[in-house]
Design a protein around this ligand. Structure first.
Ligand code: MN
Length: 291
């Protein structure tokens, strides 16, 4: 086993609004070096760092829009999100929960702050990650996995904290999310001074986002709150030491090595497939969802 070195530490870019409910820093694909080829199979990572939304009777968010060809993974750290899609999926993503939506052949969905939460307002913090699907699965049936925090696999380190495994595995413990290709996704919730080793295959594209606190990677690289660290595709192991009580989102996925043709809410393998997606959307093949 050899050390997986840090390739780069990426600072958060100026945030922008998605709809009126998500104030996000985009890390993938527009963060320095974090393009879709380098991060394959991860297509997008939008991070709503802690932000206060005032109370409102009209929940903020994003209205009805389509997706095809990939999965959207929403991780709620603070606040609650209400989801609905044209395949009949939906529900509330509570604090600590994850929703893993496989858009695949196509869904219409909408994403808003949950009504009761919106009435009170408060600090909101969320990640949305897009995971590409291999060509053979892009036109499979849409599905929806609502993963409650209590269903995540916990790897306990006692006074050092613990890791919540969402997908893939860590130390032999498997997370509840079903994935189409190997994807590891987990939250390391480490106490100050907690230091743990993470091991992923060399060729997997691997990174980590500091949601809270501060970490020292491989005993030398300091990564503060809201910063992303990208690892090299050499070596398997890295260590994380929390220098404050920290929450760190760790992602590692096997690259698909297929042609990626992204166009807004559609990510396919050719221009013709993108044209087809627009055609299908315009002719109602994505179903119907009320505003
Ligand atoms: Mn969406």
């Amino acid at each position: 086993m050899s050390t997986k070195k840090v390739e780069i530490v990426v600072q958060p870019k100026t945030p922008h609004f998605v709809g009126d409910g998500f104030r996000v820093h985009n890390f993938i694909p527009s963060g320095f070096r974090l393009d879709i080829q380098r991060m394959d199979p991860f297509l997008m990572l939008d991070y709503n760092s802690k932000y206060h939304f005032g109370p409102t009777a009209t929940p903020r968010g994003v209205g009805v829009h389509p997706h095809r060809g990939f999965e959207t993974v929403t991780i709620a750290y603070k606040g609650r999100v209400q989801h609905g899609d044209s395949a009949g999926g939906g529900g509330i993503i509570g604090e600590g929960d994850v929703q893993w939506m496989t858009a695949a052949s196509g869904v219409l969905h909408k994403e808003f702050h949950e009504t009761e939460w919106a009435k009170e307002g408060g600090i909101f913090q969320m990640v949305q990650l897009w995971v590409n699907l291999p060509a053979k699965d892009k036109m499979s049936k849409p599905k929806y996995q609502a993963i409650k925090n209590s269903e995540m696999k916990i790897v306990d380190f006692g006074e050092n904290g613990f890791v919540e495994v969402i997908a893939g595995d860590f130390n032999g413990e498997k997370g509840p999310a079903a994935t189409f290709t190997p994807v590891n996704l987990m939250n390391a919730k480490l106490k100050k001074g907690g230091k743990e080793t993470f091991t992923f295959p060399e060729n997997f594209n691997t990174g980590a986002l500091v949601i809270e606190g501060n970490m020292l990677v491989n005993e030398q690289e300091n990564v503060p709150t809201d910063h992303f660290v990208l690892f090299e595709n050499e070596g398997e192991d890295f260590t994380i030491e929390a220098t404050e009580d920290s929450i760190i989102l760790i992602l590692s996925g096997e690259p698909l090595h297929e042609t990626i043709v992204p166009h807004g809410p559609f990510v396919m393998n050719s221009k013709a497939e993108i044209m087809q997606a627009f055609d299908d959307f315009n002719t109602g093949k994505f179903g119907y969802l009320e505003d």
